[in-house]
Design a protein around this ligand. Structure first.
Ligand SMILES: C[S@@+](CC[C@H](N)C(=O)[O-])C[C@H]1O[C@@H](n2cnc3c(N)ncnc32)[C@H](O)[C@@H]1O
Length: 284
């Protein structure tokens, strides 16, 4: 998969995160309700894979979130015990994230920066997280190469993103943001051509020295006809985003046709197996 053309990239509205940065933690905003809906599945999967299966000790590991926005996932990473850094190109979002972490009593380092040019030395982190971001970037190969560069050998890369299928065109684009009858996001939040097929992800990981381990789908926990009924109520103004999010959770699924998450481990160029328990903290 290559860098997307300027013509396609011009169609995505990544500026919305800066313009609406004050909305990140507003309880009734669409952004905040994403946390309620998406975080349990993401966090549950990341904990299971990194901590239970790979046996990472968060207290001995430094973690980076690329494209952290207002810090929804970053705060969960810090709560898992990782020494946590968040980076995002939106300076306003970074300010909101830093303020919120302070109010929550969490020690998180937040910096402005883009995935294509991460402001860190090689081999700085034991884990890198990147959720709901890869389908927003212009130069995906460069972002994956930067993530690999800042990971220590033996370190893990955890991501989630949207698949480029007819199901995602219908679900994420038409229903999610175009057809006003149901839409819950702005019309240019995502561009279907920028979605990433699991096979494309695997080959980019391989090209960048990252050993792919797993993909797992995420799906709403209610049947589609019922979900459409809920979305209709929200679109008509009968329900708030909060009332919608209170009834729908994303859960793990074997179906990866719309959204999927996964992880990979950075190979040690020397061929030796790196011990994740020996990965140092950000401040260590
Ligand atoms: C949907 S939000 C996801 C925020 C956060 N990861 C979460 O899951 O709560 C997408 C984020 O990607 C960021 N973003 C857009 N282009 C980026 C890039 N080239 N590098 C890093 N982040 C980027 C946006 O500023 C925005 O904060």
């Amino acid at each position: 998969m290559r860098k997307v053309s300027q013509a396609i990239y011009d169609r995505i509205d990544n500026g919305v995160y800066a313009v609406q940065s004050d909305q990140w933690w507003q309880p009734e905003s669409a952004w905040y309700q994403m946390t309620v809906t998406f975080n349990p599945a993401r966090v549950g999967y990341a904990k299971r894979k990194l901590i239970e299966e790979l046996k990472f000790d968060p207290k001995a590991t430094s973690a980076l979130e690329v494209g952290c926005g207002g810090g929804f996932l970053t705060e969960e990473i810090a709560r898992m015990g990782f020494a946590t850094t968040g980076v995002d190109p939106s300076e306003r979002s970074i300010r909101v994230a830093a303020d919120h972490a302070r109010q929550s009593g969490l020690d998180i380092l937040y910096l402005t920066g883009a995935g294509e040019s991460l402001p860190f030395e090689d081999r700085s982190f034991g884990a890198v997280f990147c959720c709901d971001v890869l389908e927003h970037v212009r130069d995906l190969p460069k972002v994956i190469s930067e993530i690999s560069r800042v990971l220590k050998p033996g370190g893990a890369f955890y991501y989630d993103t949207l698949n480029r299928t007819w199901a995602s065109l219908l679900g994420a684009i038409k229903i999610g943001q175009v057809w006003k009858r149901w839409a819950f996001f702005p019309p240019n939040l995502h561009v279907w051509r920028m979605f990433i097929k699991p096979g494309e992800m695997k080959s980019l990981l391989r090209q960048n020295g990252l050993e792919w381990k797993d993909h797992r789908g995420t799906m709403p926990d209610v049947p589609i006809p019922r979900l459409l009924g809920y979305l209709r109520k929200r679109a008509k103004g009968e329900w708030t985003y909060g009332e919608l999010a209170g009834r729908v959770r994303m859960i793990e699924s074997r179906i990866t046709a719309v959204m999927y998450m996964g992880y990979a481990v950075k190979k040690d160029p020397s061929g030796a197996d790196a011990d994740p328990k020996k990965l140092e903290r950000r401040d260590g």
